[in-house]
Design a protein around this ligand. Structure first.
Ligand code: NAD
Length: 415
């Protein structure tokens, strides 16, 4: 929501500082974000930060982990920046993050993964990793449809499956827990559409549909097939799919299919291909340069996001966003957890929060400020000014506290 007084544009952005290291990284990050906006736009644009509560802070103040007011505020402003939240322990509590994503139907979890020079990485050539993951956020085994081993409903469901659906291969029907994996055409299409739209808008070369359709034919296999169908029906002139390639190969031979692929690439078409998830996890280590935009189901996306984050330096520097491209609602968040082991020691890296704020700025069209945040982080790393997580792997680097690192970035943006 924006206010225009005279020539100044003010956008209100609700924020959740978060639990654990959340407040530390927020305090370090906020001045950096404000300094980037001031440098990019002088007095003409600013953010009015509006604190909203979730997690432990909310529980202490209101007795509720996720107050309705918080959800209403995000719905109203359609935006939020969020630190990590503790998952409450105990029966009946779901992850607050999952609840937020599902309540606001934030169906796309978007994770850009790129390498920053100077960051310690386990790869020999980490700069070859440059991908954007679109993880489906509302379906799959994360939908929370589970039946406990001792729940009488589980027995009823197993009987139904056995007697009505002729399912006889539940190995231990007497003591089995059950989970249900919903994957829909609608849910898959909107996620894959978001990935294709992103790839086209950002001049990317490929979208890879990552799935386990070899085993889960109707759910994850469906995801793949519906993705190909979507590309061939709604993006006929902009995309060439490897399903088209396979059909052409069968009807006209390998050479004709290769020629069609070469022509599609030469004419700048986006190539849509697919890969089995386990193979994909090998390929991103061996040939990361071959992958670009990724569209995948919820559980695969969870594993892939963390694996890719580790390739380029870990979760301290991994930003993310949860977006509903239909309503426009979006929460930008540090992707790591509350890091209870380092709370209060000034060891937390605020880059994940900062780069998430950069994604938010880019989302509202303030790309210049987003670019300045990225550039400030690049210059800190080039000058070997780092927080403890990187300093322990870089003997030559200067180890700064969370706050001092934020100050270094703010100073670099204020000159
Ligand atoms: P974690 O991400 O909090 O910590 C894993 C490791 O990474 C720890 O060694 C930690 O010190 C380190 N680490 C994390 N963020 C860092 C940063 N910014 N700078 C430097 N080091 C960092 O994962 P966990 O320990 O499994 O989870 C702790 C809590 O966080 C749990 O309650 C979990 O449910 C919650 N969690 C929340 C989110 C979220 O809000 N998005 C995500 C994951 C976990």
């Amino acid at each position: 929501m924006s206010n225009q007084t005279n020539t100044a544009i003010t956008i209100t952005v609700p924020y959740i500082a978060g639990d654990g290291i959340g407040p530390e990284i927020w305090q370090a990050a906020r001045p950096v974000i404000d300094a980037a906006i001031a440098k990019a736009y002088g007095q003409t644009k600013r953010i009015d930060w509006l604190e909203i509560l979730a997690g432990e802070a909310a529980f202490k103040q209101t007795g509720t982990w996720l107050p309705d007011e918080t959800i209403d505020t995000i719905k109203n402003y359609k935006l939020a920046l969020k630190g990590p939240l503790t998952t409450p322990i105990g029966e009946g509590f779901r992850s607050l993050n999952v609840t937020l994503r599902q309540t606001l139907d934030l169906y796309a979890c978007v994770r850009p993964v790129r390498y920053f020079a100077g960051v310690p990485s386990p790869l020999k050539e980490p700069e070859k990793t440059d991908m954007v993951i679109f993880r489906e956020n509302t379906e799959d085994v994360y939908a929370g449809i589970e039946f406990a081993v001792d729940d009488p409903q589980t027995k009823t469901l197993i009987e139904l499956l056995t007697h009505q659906f002729n399912v006889h291969h539940i190995r231990f029907p007497e003591d089995t827990a059950l989970g249900i994996k919903p994957i829909s055409i609608s849910g898959s299409r909107r996620l894959i559409k978001a990935a294709i739209d992103y790839a086209l808008a950002h001049d990317r070369q490929t979208v890879t549909l990552v799935h386990k359709g070899n085993i889960m034919k109707f759910t994850e296999g469906g995801f793949k097939n519906w993705g190909y169908q979507l590309a061939e029906s709604d993006y006929k002139d902009q995309c060439f799919t490897m399903a088209q390639f396979a059909r052409l190969k069968q009807s006209a031979g390998e050479a004709a299919a290769q020629e069609a692929l070469t022509t599609a690439k030469a004419s700048g078409k986006l190539i849509i291909n697919d890969m089995i998830a386990d193979n994909f996890l090998q390929q991103i280590l061996l040939y990361p340069e071959k992958y670009d935009v990724i569209a995948t189901c919820n559980l695969n996306g969870d594993y892939i996001s963390d694996a890719l984050a580790a390739q380029v330096g870990g979760i301290g520097i991994a930003p993310g966003a949860n977006i509903n491209y239909d309503t426009g609602a979006a929460i930008f968040e540090a992707t790591h957890g509350t890091a209870p082991d380092i709370v209060g020691f000034g060891k937390a890296n605020p880059c994940s929060m900062l780069l998430s704020a950069g994604m938010l700025l880019s989302y509202i069209g303030w790309q210049e400020a987003a670019d300045l945040i990225t550039a400030a982080i690049e210059s800190a790393l080039a000058a070997q000014q780092v927080t403890a997580d990187f300093a322990s792997l870089l003997p030559e680097a200067t180890c700064l506290s969370t706050q001092a690192f934020g100050q270094w970035l703010t100073d670099s943006l204020s000159t």
